[in-house]
Design a protein around this ligand. Sequence first.
Ligand SMILES: Cc1ncc(C[n+]2csc(CCOP(=O)(O)OP(=O)(O)O)c2C)c(N)n1
Ligand SMILES: CC(=O)[C@@H](O)[C@H](O)COP(=O)(O)O
Ligand SMILES: [Mg+2]
Length: 637
Amino acid sequence: MHKLLQSINGPQDLKKLGVHELPNLAEEVRSYLMETVSKTGGHLASNLGCVELSIALHYCFNSPADKIIFDVGHQAYTHKILTGRRDTFPTQRRYRGISGFPKRSESEHDAFGAGHSSTSISAGLGMAVANGLNGDAHRVISVIGDGSLTGGMAFEALNQAGHLRKNLIVVLNDNEMSISRNVGALSSFISRKMTGGYYRSLKKEIEGLLTGIPAIGGNILHFAKKAENSLKGFLTPGTLFEALGFEYVGPINGHDLEAMVGILENVKQIEGPILVHVMTKKGKGYGPAEDMPDKFHGVSPFSLDGKPAPAPRAVAPSYTQVFGETMVKLAERDPKVVAITAAMPDGTGLTPFAKRYPERFFDVGIAEQHALTFAAGLATQGFAPVAAIYSTFAQRAYDQVFHDICLQKLPVVLCLDRGGLVGDDGPTHHGAFDLSYLRHLPELTVMAPKDENELQHMVYTAVGYGRPIALRYPRGAGFGVPMDREFKELPIGKGELLQDGTDLTLVAIGSTVHPALEAAALLKEQGISAAVVNARFVKPLDEELILSQAEKTGCIVTVEENALMGGFGSAVLELLADRGLSQVRVKRIGIPDRYIEQGSQAQLRADLGLDKEGIAATCAAFLKGRRADAPQLACVK
Ligand SMILES: Cc1ncc(C[n+]2csc(CCOP(=O)(O)OP(=O)(O)O)c2C)c(N)n1
Ligand SMILES: CC(=O)[C@@H](O)[C@H](O)COP(=O)(O)O
Ligand SMILES: [Mg+2]
């Protein structure tokens, strides 16, 4: 099985094969991908579409001396399999396994880490400039998808690359898909849409324009007809990239290995910035993924007959689903509600909204910065824009939150999905920092629901609030709590005391509230009486509630699935310090000052003491320690 693949322990082995053997190798890789990813889950369709391209790149270039950079890196499974990780590939995205994305610390062949999109050309240009300064003739190849090319950063890099004219090869892997179908004028321009109907109508329009020019129009049209080929050449994707100073090669068939090898061997001889436009099929070689590349972009383990494995019986709706349903209800009530996503309609749950209110739904592509300032523009005209962005990707748009939304006090609602630990995607995707990077912005309200029922009320409250407001919620299912039939407006800055206690107060935010309640039950079995507060708001804090509990129990334990640095617990510490309550003992539970690797959400929460057992153990030790170390301390009874 996989005879050719078994012989490849690195790119040097690949080069021993004849070009004519490469298509067989591609089939073996594809079969290995299917066999493995159907068991482990992961990014399937993008990788199936990138098999031949990855083989051709490693066949023609010499990694690691030549640098091959994958944008986002979710399509780099073949690259990993060919670069010494064939046998460890089944551990990808698993706890203590290899990463699902390129990672410099994992292999010398992973030239640049990835996970967030549109970075490959900038990184590649940096390396190309370094090569120039070092007199190093090795090549740098940035592989970027058509979706990732909608990220503004990619154009910032193209702009400079065309100016510097260093030796940089950009391979555009164009499958006309982002996660969903790719969007935007650029996508239409660079993909197939420049032939057929679009081209004909464009030509007709140009003819009409030219003949309308008095006196000379006829001659120009005559000239244009005679020069139609160059007109067609003028209008093909190359125009755009050549205008940016790139030599344009393509479009070429990204599944024809012999053709690609031939072209890449020629490209190697060309100096300066080059863009090779490769057309591929997302999901290539597996019917269901070819037919539904969006559904097979990221997959859980599935049976090879094309039916996704029966998802474990959902104990509760996902936060994402509740958000999406709430948005549809709010849009029914208020024509000013509009929804914005940055290329993640399915992931953020906005697809039902898009179907129901297409005129009020905007997928801006992978353009989070633009998404937020676009929302701010809508808000100036009386609309209630809700921007749904994964927490980690919203980090891209921090300045837009400050400069365009908060400073102008514009009523934009920022709904951050994937807040907290996301699991298999690992450190590039954990929403570990939003409570920290948002709470210090003046004019911004920041909140997190304790469960899926409170989420619907928070979205409702936020949309009606009329000022900058952000809420964050985790990846995955809620707690299976009953869903209120009517929305409730939550009083801004008010938390809730869920249960009383005398020895300490657990002050939890967001998805850590239910685990805190469960921890309190465990503590009760140990004779410890813990109060539990659902803080609801990171900003403004419910100062009255927190201060009264601090006075009452003298011992505060904060819990958050966010970085401890500058997070919710820090806000509570600041409050107590500002009020001169330094005698109150505070223990903070949250994400420590390091990056958290991949693993299941449950595993990672257990590792960090964020599950009920961990919270209870920390509280008990904290209380015991206090009793032992400092009997005079307020929280010692
Ligand atoms: C900044 C950022 N925003 C959003 C994402 C989520 N995301 C991952 S892959 C992807 C689509 C990428 O499309 P493309 O580059 O065309 O790659 P393909 O999957 O088609 O191979 C998106 C939106 C991301 N990784 N980074
Ligand atoms: C590669 C990428 O950034 C996305 O595919 C991301 O992995 C999606 O995450 P979810 O699976 O949480 O939607
Ligand atoms: Mg694509």
